[in-house]
Design a protein around this ligand. Structure first.
Ligand SMILES: Nc1ncnc2c1ncn2[C@@H]1O[C@H](COP(=O)(O)OP(=O)(O)O)[C@@H](O)[C@H]1O
Ligand SMILES: Nc1ccn([C@H]2C[C@H](O)[C@@H](COP(=O)(O)OP(=O)(O)O)O2)c(=O)n1
Length: 387
């Protein structure tokens, strides 16, 4: 979306002007404008706008413990989640926060202090040492089967963070780390790098991420990878997405990949195929026996493959979504057509245009509209049960 998204300040100006918005909100609103170069503006939704201690406190306290959000920079989903969390700690339940979301994504808050966040229920499938609950999908398939290509699509549509084990290892080589030469030699030979190294890189990447949904691409590549990951992170994958493709097709794709990769030459490719058959397929079988493998015919064109992938992710996203409620705030989200699309209560990131109405039915949503790439659905008030 990038530059098409209006800045927070312009949204705030729009909020001030729009009579129609007032009607929709059914309350008196006033944008508290400031000259500070910071902060998502707060609007008091109380009829008596003279009673605005919290607003003033907020407006005057731009350098306080609440993160500032530059007025002319559209706010990212990650920033929003953080801001909301900070607001949560400050009893700001009469506030409306005009916010523009400039990237598709999900909103999530840590468990602490959020009575509406149900992460502790049994469906959460793992944790990291910092207690963050995460959802992990392993993406496996032969070299060149299209894992990275489809992961990029899933990131865009379903708000996952893509962690490619191969990319992390290549970044480690570039960083000049002490393991760099060893990793480089192993990749050149099509061999699998010791799990200790790869698991550490994956774990660090997950801990540093604001997200709690990860596609782990090209991992676990052997039994040792699998066992080490499980032991260190205590995470079980939600499922394993397995891309099935003929060697002929994979070889053709790799030789045309043109990413300047040292291992995309015919000798190394053959070695990688062998390692895949001998070491990686058994991991797929392991998860297959647990009923956790979702097999994809990856020999088709990219768009067709994604249709299948999409069908797999849609139901799981529904489930995950229910854990991402943010219910303690009165929030206004304004779309680029100046419509207030969310007021009050719970905000969800939705999967796509098709999913939003279904979601709306399910939780009796009062308003449910789209904000370009980001679809947002909301219940009118906090505390609605998801049913
Ligand atoms: N379904 C597909 N049909 C044709 N080419 C594809 C398809 N999926 C990916 N590619 C191309 O094949 C190459 C390998 O894809 P990539 O996603 O990097 O595979 P992997 O991550 O599994 O090694 C890339 O150049 C990509 O553009
Ligand atoms: N879990 C992993 C993943 C990748 N590697 C190494 C060995 C692999 O041949 C290379 C490249 O992996 P990557 O997933 O980026 O690429 P391909 O799926 O083989 O095309 O990285 C590893 O050692 N362990």
């Amino acid at each position: 979306m990038g530059s098409e998204v209006p800045s927070l300040s312009s949204v705030c100006a729009i909020l001030n002007q729009e009579e129609t918005r007032k009607k929709a909100m059914g309350v008196e609103c006033k944008t508290i404008s400031t000259n500070f170069e910071s902060n998502a503006l707060m609007v008091d939704r109380k009829k008596d706008i003279n009673k605005q201690p919290k607003v003033n406190k907020m407006a005057n306290n731009v350098t306080s413990d609440i993160d500032s959000v530059p007025l002319d920079t559209p706010i990212s989903v990650g920033q929003l989640a953080k801001l909301l969390q900070q607001l949560n700690q400050r009893d700001l339940d009469h506030m409306i926060v005009p916010i523009v979301l400039n990237e598709p994504g999900w909103l999530s808050l840590p468990d602490e202090g959020n009575q509406f966040n149900h992460h502790n229920e049994q469906e959460a499938n793992g944790s990291l040492s910092n207690k963050k609950k995460v959802t992990v999908v392993f993406v496996l398939g032969g070299p060149g089967s299209g894992k990275g290509t489809q992961c990029a699509n899933v990131v865009q549509h379903f708000g996952f963070t893509h962690l490619s084990a191969g990319d992390l290892l290549r970044a480690e080589i570039k960083s000049g780390s002490e393991n760099g030469t060893m990793i480089q030699n192993m990749i050149k030979e099509g061999k699998i790098v010791p799990s200790e190294v790869t698991v550490k890189l994956l774990q660090r990447a997950m801990q540093e991420s604001d997200n709690d949904k990860f596609l782990i691409d090209g991992f676990p590549r052997n039994e040792e990878n699998r066992a080490a990951f499980e032991k260190v992170t205590e995470i079980e994958p939600e499922f394993v997405l397995f891309f099935e493709c003929s060697e002929e097709e994979m070889e053709r794709r790799l030789l045309n990949r043109n990413q300047g990769r040292e291992d995309d030459n015919i000798d190394t490719i053959r070695k990688r195929f062998k390692v895949f058959l001998e070491s990686s397929l058994p991991v797929v079988e392991y998860y297959g026996a647990k009923g956790r493998v979702r097999k994809i015919d990856a020999g088709k064109p990219i768009e067709e493959v994604f249709e299948t992938v999409k069908a797999i992710f849609t139901p799981i996203s529904e489930k995950v979504k229910c854990y991402l409620r943010i219910s303690l705030f009165v929030i206004s989200i304004v779309d680029t057509h100046r419509h207030t699309i969310v007021k009050g209560g719970t905000v969800f990131g939705c999967v796509d245009a098709a999913t939003a109405p279904a979601m709306a039915n399910r939780i009796s949503i009062k308003m449910c509209r789209m904000l370009q790439n980001l679809q947002v659905a909301t219940t009118e008030a906090a505390g609605h049960n998801l049913g």
